[in-house]
Ligand binder design. Structure first.
Ligand SMILES: [Zn+2]
Length: 382
């Protein structure tokens, strides 16, 4: 892959400089032959990212045959009606899924990229975007109750709304917006429906691979980036080397911040920042350095990830049912293995726990507070 990226990026002056440097460093090491490479592959454990599937090449997308919202549907009218709420907190993503043959992520990501004119800004070929989003959506597990592509679609749409909050008007660059939306889209890809702790406790391959540290989050990132290398999937092909590096750095930061074990420190940092906030004369948050900007961005994706309780009740109920179902399935697995059952994962004590979830729990309360604090930096704008 390094090889491919080098040839690919040598068009920009910056990249060619770096190439020279790389080549100098590589001088002493002759490239392995194909035979050696195959041998190495067999010997080395974990040399591949698990979960990346080979898919059928997407059936000849041409510019003229691209549906209005990126996905084939026989309910385009209904879909169009629901997508009028694209920029609103209350958009019903369940309806979007229903009207797009369960391609909610592809549909919403495509539509948001179009709405924000990211295809023009970053010269993303429309077929490439569609091939990538469909491939990405394919790598979410449809049989996982909560962490499936519908949740990713919800998080990217919620991030899209948060990015448009008046207090952050024109604060972020196009590249930062692209990074935040991409991070939201990939942030749970190939989620197996069990927690980090479960993966660690069962000595899973993934936990081994990532040394028990943010196991899932690391994996989502690896898969999300790896899929860019699939046929006609590199939506960042027109970005310069520096832009790609910057985007990658930001996306990694944002997705790793979705690890719930980082929640409390994230919240504390945000609190400090909000308290020491600097504001311009027009009431826009002043974020003049990378540290402040990425901090707001990582909190934004994190808040979008946990925003279920702040959504209209009929939506929140459906999310709660899904997360409980996923927890119970994990609990069943734990019971089968004779393990201790994780908190909220025991269906036999469901009645108690379910009522706890439907009330705003301490955790959600804090999250909502963070989210609101964030949105209400200027209450007059709401
Ligand atoms: Zn998530």
């Amino acid at each position: 892959s390094t090889r491919r990226e080098h040839t690919h990026q040598s068009t920009t002056p910056v990249a060619s400089d770096n190439n020279k440097k790389d080549k100098q460093n590589e001088v002493e090491i002759p490239p392995p032959t194909q035979k050696e490479r195959d041998k190495k592959k067999k010997q080395q454990p974990m040399c591949q990212i698990s979960g990346v599937k080979k898919l059928m090449p997407s059936s000849g997308l041409t510019n003229s045959s691209i549906p209005r919202f990126g996905v084939k549907t026989d309910q385009e009218e209904l879909l169009s009606k629901e997508l009028e709420n694209l920029n609103k907190w209350g958009l019903n993503i369940f309806h979007v899924s229903e009207y797009s043959s369960s391609r909610s992520l592809s549909c919403i990501m495509y539509t948001i990229f179009q709405e924000r004119e990211l295809l023009k800004t970053f010269k993303i070929p429309v077929e490439t975007l569609l091939t990538y989003v469909l491939t990405l959506e394919e790598h979410y597990h449809a049989d996982v109750a909560y962490h499936n592509s519908l949740h990713a679609a919800d998080v990217i749409q919620s991030t899209h709304v948060l990015l448009a909050t008046p207090a952050l008007d024109a604060v972020f660059t196009d590249l930062e917006i692209l990074a935040a939306l991409f991070a939201a889209a990939i942030h749970d890809v190939d989620h197996p429906g069990v927690s980090n702790q479960f993966l660690i406790n069962t000595n899973s391959e993934l936990a081994l691979m990532y040394n028990d540290e943010s196991v899932l989050e690391n994996h989502h990132l690896a898969v999300g980036f790896k899929l860019l290398q699939e046929e006609n999937c590199d939506i960042f092909q027109s970005l310069g080397k520096r832009q790609r590096q910057m985007l990658r750095k930001m996306v990694i930061d944002m997705v790793l911040a979705t690890d719930m074990s980082k929640h409390m420190s994230l919240l504390a940092d945000l609190k400090t920042m909000v308290e020491t906030k600097k504001v311009t004369s027009s009431g826009v948050l002043l974020l003049d350095n990378y540290t402040d900007r990425i901090q707001v961005l990582r909190n934004m994706v994190h808040c979008a990830d946990l925003s279920n309780p702040t959504k209209p009740l009929e939506l929140y109920r459906q999310w709660t049912d899904r997360i409980m179902e996923e927890f119970f399935r994990q609990g069943d697995k734990e019971r089968e293995r004779g393990m201790e059952i994780s908190p909220m994962c025991d269906k036999h004590t469901a009645s108690v726990e379910k009522s706890q979830v439907s009330k705003p729990s301490g955790l959600f309360h804090l999250t909502s507070a963070a989210l609101l604090g964030f949105l209400l930096i200027h209450s007059d704008s709401l």
